[in-house]
Design a protein around this ligand. Structure first.
Ligand SMILES: NC(=O)c1ccc[n+]([C@@H]2O[C@H](COP(=O)([O-])OP(=O)(O)OC[C@H]3O[C@@H](n4cnc5c(N)ncnc54)[C@H](O)[C@@H]3O)[C@@H](O)[C@H]2O)c1
Length: 276
């Protein structure tokens, strides 16, 4: 791992080395996979032999991302037979679109083993100013989107499976201007526990990940404002932003057999920022 001297706070990381051979041949559905962490999750799973259906409201970018990952896998993969990434459209606020996404996975790959509720929005509005539309959209995408995704997964995980929901350090620590977002992510953390308690009967484990500042489009505003970046890094004991690959490592563990007795849990991947 090295720090990029041209970009203070940014980090260039080596790929996560962990391999879980038992995952090859399985199928994952990932929402919000056109870019950012979702795209990295798709890439990381496919290089380990997992077939992926990536869904995003931006279906043009989703299809381009899928094509790009498949092209990379043709020349570089951790296993002899990498997975295939299929891109599809989904608006996670609509339960029927989740079902359609599940049907793509069943048609293309015949099974669903993993479901990652990753799509999210991150609006800025002070409490005095939050509009009805802003709070509704935030809860629709970030909370209902997780619920509808879990419902679709639960209907189709016939041999059990694992669901991972993207919560946030914002579920644990509030920030000015992020009232709607923090509320939505706290709800995701709690919903994850409810899902785990109910879906255990079907052999489905449900966990969440709570990232801190991760280097994606969602945190571009921090990276482009030196004062904001300095403030952000002050609150991170490891003094740098995380890379999507560094969230992928814990995700991989949660999906794997190594975590087969772990459910209803949240893993913070935040460089320690929840404590500051
Ligand atoms: N980046 C961070 O620092 C950070 C920190 C904590 C939590 N998270 C969470 O991690 C997840 C991924 O974040 P990211 O940084 O990769 O974000 P990102 O903005 O780069 O990607 C989010 C993706 O979700 C898609 N999306 C938005 N609304 C959608 C909808 N209604 N239906 C389907 N897709 C939709 C977007 O098109 C986009 O491709 C989000 O849930 C986010 O809240 C991110």
């Amino acid at each position: 791992m090295t720090v990029d001297a041209q970009n203070p706070g940014r980090t260039v990381t080596t790929p996560i080395a962990a391999a879980y051979p038992e995952m090859a041949g399985k199928t994952a559905v990932i929402t919000g996979a056109a870019r950012g962490m979702g795209a990295q999750f798709a890439r990381g799973l496919a290089t380990r032999g997992v077939n992926v259906v990536g869904g995003d409201i931006n279906d043009t970018q989703m299809k381009e991302t899928a094509q790009q990952i498949n092209a990379e896998l043709a020349t570089e993969s951790l296993v002899a037979q990498p997975g295939t990434v299929v891109g599809a459209r989904v608006d996670v606020t609509d339960p029927d679109e989740h079902e359609a996404l599940a049907q793509v996975a069943l048609r293309e790959f015949g099974r669903i083993d993993f479901w990652i509720n990753n799509a999210g929005v991150f609006p800025f509005a002070l409490v005095d100013d939050i509009t009805r539309e802003q709070i509704a959209l935030t809860l629709d995408v970030n909370v209902e989107g997780v619920l509808f995704g879990a419902q679709a997964a639960s209907r189709h995980m016939e041999q059990g499976g694992a669901i991972v929901n993207m919560s946030s350090v914002s579920a644990l620590r509030v920030r000015k201007g992020r009232g709607a977002y923090c509320t939505s992510k706290a709800a995701v953390a709690h919903l994850t526990e409810s899902l785990a308690v109910e879906l255990g009967d079907k052999g489905i484990r449900v966990n969440s990940i709570a990232p801190g500042y991760i280097d994606t489009e969602m945190t571009r505003w921090v990276q482009e404002d030196p004062a904001a970046l300095a403030r952000a890094l002050d609150s991170v004991p490891l003094h740098r932003l995380g890379a999507p690959e560094e969230v992928f490592g814990p995700l991989l563990f949660l999906l794997s057999d190594s975590a087969r007795y772990v459910t209803g849990h949240s893993i913070a991947v935040d460089g320690g920022s929840r404590h500051v």
